[in-house]
Design a protein around this ligand. Sequence first.
Ligand SMILES: [Zn+2]
Ligand SMILES: [Zn+2]
Length: 276
Amino acid sequence: MRIDLHVHSSASDGTDPPAEVMRRAGQAGLDVVALTDHDTLAGHAEAARALPPGLALVAGMELSGRLAGHSVHLLVYGTDPADPDLAAECAEIVEARRSRARRMVERLRELGVAVTWPQVEALAGGGVVGRPHIARAMVAAGAISEPAQAFTPEWIGTGGRAYVSRYALDPVRAIGLVSAAGGVAVLAHPGAASRGWKIPEEAIAHLAAAGLAGLEVFHPDHDAEERSRLGALAARLDLVPTGGSDDHGSLTGHRIGAETCPPQSYERLMALRAGP
Ligand SMILES: [Zn+2]
Ligand SMILES: [Zn+2]
């Protein structure tokens, strides 16, 4: 069984539409794939329609939160899409992402970068707007030569000259909302300092006590040492060690299936869900 539990589409900041992501998942030889766009389930209907034979789709998303001033991502699986509290929270996050992106575009323009809001919106293609869309607009404007260069103190890296922070969910509250909606929450890339923060073990223990189900151990930004540390931590806190590629299409070099979740972890995780 080859299982990738962390994949993005153009419903958030991936470059490929959900149908294309499913086609690539099939081509990569996956048996199970979870579509985990940022703060939205919007890509699922298209993904479900495009599912190649033999591939199972897990409904997921990657919820953005903040803990002690740092960005924290939770991968959530199996929530009821009709749950009103979780849906309202996601709508609020998506709206906050939009207004914050608009303000970052304004700041960039003040700094002399010729990006526009309609251009950023067009790059998001109706999906959830994120900093990667602004980064792509900056490349188009000739301010930088590749999107990664936007994520520095000079531009829109956290705390950068054109950076604007936004409303973010308290992860403990997020875990409560996810459980109430029948799903399970997994802490995404906890050891990836490049993604904002290497989350301290005490903070992870705090989230585990609040009902966190798993820890993403197998992620491209975790080296061998980090994987063994997180694996041991997951065992100690009775958290399910999961894995996924965090594929964003061409932004990450189409790496779907490059990281996988152990089948026994997948089974444990699915057994913890209350939902369908
Ligand atoms: Zn993330
Ligand atoms: Zn992700």
